[in-house]
Design a binder for this molecule. Structure first.
Ligand code: MET
Length: 406
């Protein structure tokens, strides 16, 4: 098999030479001619039943060849048979819950916190007709009942970079499928399916697209699971626009280079932040104490480019002092982004639940981008130094050191 960088460049492009083109064609058709109505009807039926491809796409809600190329490429990078793309990461999460829990008649979900706030809220709200039990990663087995249709986890977790041993949760889940949100690690650093995950989910809006200009989601899984997801996608209309498929497919070619470069800067910034007098605790898998289960170098091939830290001052004041770093939610873009989870990405998670799972109110999350690391550091240092205490003031060394828990 080809190396990862090669697969990232060439995946999903097998048909281009025969088509005589260099870049993947962007097919914006909403409908497709069906001169033979009988054959067209058979194609529609096959797609509605969940096949990956039929003799005609029939209609853009059923199939799109530009999106299908992206799906092939992503499945290759995740090491799964197939993948299914959606109009957003949340549409992808919704489809997995519907396929695994609702359609199977097992409407109970077990989830390991923290999760992205939108996912947490979706699972807590009851909107999809599922009931959710939150469990610590080592107590998943206790939470599973005969009604459980899905286990959900995220590693590294949004927003505090907690790491979860995927195989250990899969072992506890038994026959219950496990969905791992792999958005932070990307397939460059982690392939959850190789550790037993049934569904590998990405918000493609983040690293896969990589430039902050495309909204999408994707789930990598077996062919059987993908068929059920396509059925849900067709009937709910949760499709990815072909331009989104085109942009995320193009993004995959540079994904390893972007992740590797941003990760190098994140390691350096995490180290410096941990020494900064205005900073409390820094969370990044590269720091001492951040990986008690020893997952780095095994399950997780690198620490990634998202970090988080607590501040002694109001997080909003720190962000106000920045000039280069973009104050915005989302992550995985070329520019460095910072946001206050309690105010934004995790606002819809009750504050007691946030603090119970290691997301303090004064946590800031940083997605390190591709700028020169010294420029990113200067910006952070300048904003933080406005609040740095004088000699011997209220911060002791112990409070600054990284630890596995808050
Ligand atoms: C609307 S909140 C933002 C979304 C994105 N999933 C993030 O964690 O930044």
């Amino acid at each position: 098999m080809a190396g990862f960088h090669t697969m990232a460049v060439h995946g999903g492009r097998d048909d281009l030479a025969a088509l005589g083109v260099h870049a993947a064609p962007l097919d914006l058709s909403t409908t497709y001619p069906v001169p033979d109505q009988v054959a067209g009807g058979e194609a529609l039926q096959a797609l509605a039943d969940g096949v990956a491809e039929a003799s005609s796409p029939v209609y853009a809600r059923l199939h799109n060849p530009t999106v299908a190329r992206f799906e092939k490429a992503l499945a290759l990078l995740e090491g799964t048979e197939q993948s299914v793309a959606f109009g957003s990461g949340m549409a992808a999460v919704t489809a997995v819950v519907q396929a695994a829990a609702v359609m199977s008649g097992k409407p109970h979900v077990v989830a390991v916190r923290p999760l992205y706030g939108g996912t947490d809220h979706l699972l807590s709200s009851g909107l999809l007709g599922v009931r959710t039990t939150y469990a610590a990663a080592d107590r998943v087995a206790d939470a599973i009942t005969p009604e459980t249709g899905l286990v959900v986890l995220e590693t590294p977790a949004n927003p505090n970079l907690d790491l979860v041993d995927i195989s250990a949760v899969v072992a506890q889940a038994g026959a219950v499928p496990v969905m791992v949100d792999n958005t932070f690690a990307t397939p460059v650093l982690q392939n959850p399916a190789s550790h037993g995950a049934t569904y590998v989910l990405h918000s493609g809006t983040k690293y896969l697209g990589g430039h902050g200009d495309v909204l999408g989601g994707v789930v990598a899984c077996s062919a059987d699971r993908a068929a059920a997801l396509r059925q849900v996608r067709i009937v709910t209309g949760a499709v990815l626009h072909p331009l989104g498929g085109y942009l995320m497919h193009r993004g995959l070619a540079t994904l390893p280079l972007r992740v590797e470069a941003a990760q190098r800067s994140a390691v350096e910034l995490a180290r410096r932040l941990a020494e900064h007098p205005a900073v409390g605790v820094v969370r990044h898998p590269s720091l001492p104490g951040a990986d008690p289960a020893g997952l780095l170098g095994g399950q997780l091939r690198g620490p990634g480019a998202v970090l988080a830290f607590t501040t002694r001052e109001a997080p909003a004041d720190v962000v106000r002092g920045l000039s280069l770093i973009t104050p915005a939610v989302s992550l995985g873009s070329v520019d460095t982004l910072i946001e206050h989870p309690a105010a934004l990405t995790h606002r819809l998670v009750p504050s007691a639940d946030r603090s119970a799972c290691g997301v303090p109110e004064n946590l800031l999350r940083v997605s390190v981008g591709l700028e020169d690391v010294e420029d990113i550091w200067d910006d952070l240092d300048r904003a933080l130094s406005a609040f740095a205490p004088g000699d011997g003031e209220y911060l002791d060394a112990g409070a600054r050191s990284a630890s596995s828990r808050w």
